[in-house]
Design a binder for this molecule. Structure first.
Ligand SMILES: CC(C)(COP(=O)(O)OP(=O)(O)OC[C@H]1O[C@@H](n2cnc3c(N)ncnc32)[C@H](O)[C@@H]1OP(=O)(O)O)[C@@H](O)C(=O)NCCC(=O)NCCS
Length: 148
């Protein structure tokens, strides 16, 4: 049984989401990024475990494919299979809406995320040079694809 419960993110969640976001990313999204995502109608969901928010996912639909924009699991809950469960649930929802593939960008230095995506059937299809800010200039983004 999957213990994770997903529910739509609402604007009142953003403060709690931001607390997690700041803990888990060296370059976190801003509050504005999350409210823009909500206002744009992106699929924004929070994941709860026993009623406690432990993660979230933000997905942008585009015709027949979706872009995974943010996937986060709170630091204390990482490495327990929850990120994988959240990703699988997001893919199942996209598939149920007849979406053909999921795309994402990830930092090559983000070893945990890369391993997670590979384990869940994503493959690398390209590189965007200097896409992300980094401590010593810019970092490339790996573009990955998963056929749904
Ligand atoms: C990436 C993230 C969502 C993964 O969530 P998680 O709950 O820790 O991942 P899971 O426990 O489901 O792990 C699934 C697989 O990912 C890989 N993985 C997870 N953490 C890892 C780590 N620290 N080092 C190497 N591989 C790791 C493994 O392949 C693992 O499979 P395994 O347990 O069979 O070895 C989580 O680490 C996170 O929130 N990181 C910060 C935010 C982020 O970088 N998001 C992705 C942006 S593109």
């Amino acid at each position: 049984m999957n213990p994770l419960v997903l529910r739509p993110m609402v604007s009142g969640d953003i403060e709690a989401v931001m607390r997690i976001e700041r803990r888990i990313y060296p370059y976190p999204w801003t509050q504005g990024n999350f409210s823009d995502a909500l206002n744009s109608g992106y699929l924004c969901q929070v994941a709860e475990l026993g009623g406690k928010m432990i993660g979230y996912v933000v997905i942008m639909p585009a015709v027949d494919e979706v872009q995974l924009l943010n996937l986060g699991i709170d630091a204390a809950y990482q490495g327990k299979g929850l990120g994988g469960a959240l990703l699988e649930e997001a893919m199942a929802q996209a598939r149920a809406q007849q979406m053909q593939r999921m795309l994402l960008e990830v930092r090559p230095s983000n070893i945990a995320a890369l391993a997670l995506y590979r384990k869940h059937g994503f493959r690398e299809i390209g590189l965007r040079r200097g896409y992300y800010p980094a401590d010593n200039g810019r970092e490339d983004a790996m573009v990955m694809e998963r056929i749904l």
